[in-house]
Write a new protein. Sequence first.
Length: 212
Amino acid sequence: METLARMPKQNRSHASFERVLEAATALLQERGYEDFTLNEVSRRSGVSIGSIYGRVDSKDALIHTVQARALVDIEEKERRVTDSARWQGYGLDRLVPGVLSEVGEFLKENSGLLRAFMVRAPIDPVIAQTGKRSHEAMAVRFETLLLSRRNEISHPEPERAVHACFAMAYASYARYLGLGSAMDAAGEGDWTALKGDISLMALCFLKYRPAS
């Protein structure tokens, strides 16, 4: 079975399948994987089930295509968040809360789609591997940005410290947003306070200097 769609080449067919992908993306964002059906995609897009199956072999193949397409857009947005030019002139004290807040808002904005993919990932290796690559690339960009202020980091192991900061922030945001397996904890506490607390903890850790 193909893991991605057979993309059309003719303009008319391409426009038709774009409507399918847009409808599928919106449906995943709104309802998640469990309530995602090709019948509803067909209804929303105005494209027949037969035409959809002319491009994909299954519901999962369509979702794989939606994920690959969505991650192009998501990763472009994330690159803007971690673009070093945006933070030029920011010292560590301003950079850390600034970028961690924006990472949180970025995840919140895309939480519906990310949640749908993460729910499916444990039993779908295509979704799992694609998501893992995207996550790892995001971590590298975040860590590279913070390490550009290496001279302000007091922690004796800067690389490990910035990696831990990203892991802590991502895990905390994911729990609040119900990404992965923490749905029962979604929405607990105050979002703004959470972002502030994570920033303060990250700064304290980066500036940690062991007693001599």
